[in-house]
Design a protein around this ligand. Structure first.
Ligand SMILES: [Zn+2]
Length: 313
């Protein structure tokens, strides 16, 4: 919209050819005060912004249209309920351009979907929700009956008298609680301030300890619970193993080193003796030269391995 057109639309621009006897600007331009929105006025339709009164399922694509979503809707009168007009709103859903028609229902103070959508059921059973059911429509109708009212007036007055002291007491409590706003506000702010301070102190302390999270202050119950917990430690197990080993071992001292290293030493000696014996016999038979003696030893050691030796022991 150009600036001139915008000014025209705002009804602020009076062109030089306009004279007061020509009437209003709308009349001068030959347009309705509501402009585009009134383009179907001859069919009795006005275009308005309609706000969805509750959650619905779109009839075209089954997606949900939430309560409060706004539409450009065509509003027209479709009937009367006594002297109240029944309005119909026709709009196209944003999701799939499906036409939705909604009407007012003055009798039940409701909106009803005529076509193109389905209301999302969000009602609940009074007993399931454990709430109080408000008087039904018949009850409301009865109240407008003067005889019914006359019959129950005395009873209602009695109830009111009984409830009065309780109500007065409640009012007093409420007044006492809210009389001194300043003190209440002050107390609340002081509590918040001390809380903030404590949190900051705790954060600082935990940062000092190199922890990534805030440690809460010590609680007595926690200390007691922690004291009651017994962890099975590795230390205890190691100690038992060592004790068992000592008990199983001979009480006489050995010549050198521990029992394990002694055993290994014996094995090695046996191996060495066997190798040298084999090499000597080969030398005697002349299968290998003395110069290759040391080279041929290595594979034989590897080959015979440890598993052979304990058998020879
Ligand atoms: Zn849709």
């Amino acid at each position: 919209m150009s600036t001139l057109a915008a000014a025209r639309a705002d009804n602020f621009y009076y062109p030089p050819e306009w004279t007061p006897d020509q009437g209003s600007l709308n009349k001068f331009h030959g347009q309705h005060a509501l402009r585009e929105r009134a383009r179907k006025l001859d069919q009795g339709i006005l275009i308005i912004r309609f706000e969805m009164p509750y959650n619905i399922w779109c009839g075209g694509c089954n997606s949900m249209i939430a309560k409060g979503v706004r539409f450009n809707a065509e509003k027209k009168q479709v009937g009367n309920y006594y002297s109240t007009k029944i309005w119909s709103f026709t709009m196209k859903s944003a999701c799939c351009k499906h036409q939705i028609v909604i009407q007012t229902d003055p009798k039940n103070c409701e909106y009803v979907i005529i076509s193109g959508a389905q209301r999302k059921i969000e009602e609940f059973d009074v007993e399931d929700a454990e709430t109080y059911e408000l008087p039904a429509d018949e009850e409301r109708g009865k109240l407008s009956d003067p005889f019914y009212r006359l019959e129950h007036q005395e009873e209602d007055l009695q109830k009111k008298k009984q409830a009065e002291p309780v109500l007065v007491r409640l009012q007093k409590v409420s007044d006492a609680r809210h009389s001194d706003d300043y003190a209440l506000n002050k107390a609340l702010r002081a509590r918040l301030r001390s809380q903030k301070k404590r949190v900051a102190e705790e954060e600082f302390a935990s940062r000092k300890l190199g922890l990534g999270l805030r440690l809460l202050p010590k609680a007595e119950d926690d200390t007691a619970t922690a004291a009651n917990v017994k962890f099975s430690s590795k230390f205890e197990k190691n100690r038992k193993d060592k004790r068992a080993l000592i008990k199983a071992a001979s009480i006489f001292p050995e010549s050198s080193g521990s029992s394990m290293s002694n055993k290994k030493r014996i094995e090695l000696e046996v191996k060495r003796r066997k190798i040298s014996a084999g090499a000597a016999s080969k030398l005697l038979t002349g299968t290998i030269k003395p110069s290759s003696w040391s080279q041929s030893m290595a594979p034989s050691i590897r080959h015979k391995g440890v598993s052979v030796c304990p058998r020879k022991l």
